[in-house]
Design a binder for this molecule. Structure first.
Ligand SMILES: [Mn+2]
Length: 296
């Protein structure tokens, strides 16, 4: 699959808001796909998200703020033409470089396996880290299709680094259902998410002070984002997802994030835009304390 060139930056911002030196936020495209099992195409996810992001309304009415004024720099895409193991190792080293800048790193996948090397880099800088995983899948298989770095095993790799809290899970194997009781993982199944006034504070309670947010877009309902490789019915709604991220950002410090598994599909361009909007909303929540109110 050939990845189209990246001719534009996230948000289609004026140059004064995209310089690396002054930007508070880094957008890092990682167009990597090696182990997806059902529908292929998530390597095209970063390009589709950035392209759609040019059409975002840049004023956030909920926060009464223009989030892009923090400065958003779009990094060159990570080189991903190597073996799976090699890519995982390279992503770790490159992620370290970006984490060391102290800027907020938001990675665009690509398949979900990219998350574990990035979290490894974050855990070195933030020893009190936990991961909040929004996902339809538990991803707790020790290995899948012969590799421990499958996208179906990403949470099994994450729990080797730090505790994980999963939200929206509704597809897992018996092996995973049994394994999770022996692992540092708390799973909030989609079937149990009724009143967000009850379950969201419980999720927050399970998280350590510093949180890395990983969003597999299939965690949201496929009626909202059908363009994903392994869609599962019964996912989070738009408002539940925003409310969850907002409350985590208010009560904990989100130190980095990624969004994975968008699989762009003709006829489902709305998915690309919804993912771009989700990222922009999340960035606003992360920086809510620093954003000046724009209207009286
Ligand atoms: Mn998933």
């Amino acid at each position: 699959m050939s990845i189209p060139e990246f001719n534009f930056t996230f948000g289609g911002l004026p140059d004064e808001y995209t310089a690396f030196e002054t930007a508070r936020i880094l957008i890092w495209p990682v167009p990597f796909e090696a182990t997806t099992t059902f529908l292929k195409g998530t390597a095209l996810g970063p390009h589709a998200i950035i392209e759609a992001s040019r059409h975002l309304e840049l004023y956030d009415e909920e926060l009464d703020a223009e989030v892009y004024r923090l400065g958003i720099h779009t990094l060159p895409p990570a080189p991903v033409n190597a073996s799976l193991e090699e890519v995982i190792e390279r992503l770790y080293h490159e992620a370290r470089r970006w984490v060391e800048t102290g800027k907020f790193l938001c990675t665009l996948g690509g398949e979900h396996s990219i998350t574990s090397p990035i979290v490894r880099a974050f855990a070195e800088r933030y020893p009190d880290l936990s991961v909040l995983q929004i996902d339809a899948h538990a991803d707790l298989r020790q290995s899948y299709d012969g590799t421990p770095y499958s996208h179906a095993s990403v949470a099994a790799r994450l729990v080797e680094i730090c505790p994980v809290v999963q939200v929206g899970v509704r597809a897992l194997s018996l092996e995973e259902a049994r394994a999770r009781h022996q692992l540092p993982v708390t799973t909030f199944f989609a079937k149990d998410l009724h009143d967000p006034r009850a379950w969201i504070p419980q999720v927050v309670e399970c998280l350590s002070p510093q949180v890395y947010l990983t969003i597999d877009v299939d965690g949201l309902d496929p009626s909202l984002i059908p363009a994903t490789g392994t869609p599962e019915p019964g996912g989070l709604s738009w408002s539940e997802t925003l409310r969850l991220i907002r409350q985590v950002a208010e009560h904990r410090t989100i130190v980095g994030m990624d969004v994975t598994e968008l699989c762009p599909m003709p006829g489902h361009e709305a998915s690309n835009f919804i993912v771009a909007k989700l990222i922009y909303k999340a960035l606003g929540y992360v920086f809510h304390r620093e954003l000046p109110r724009e209207t009286p």
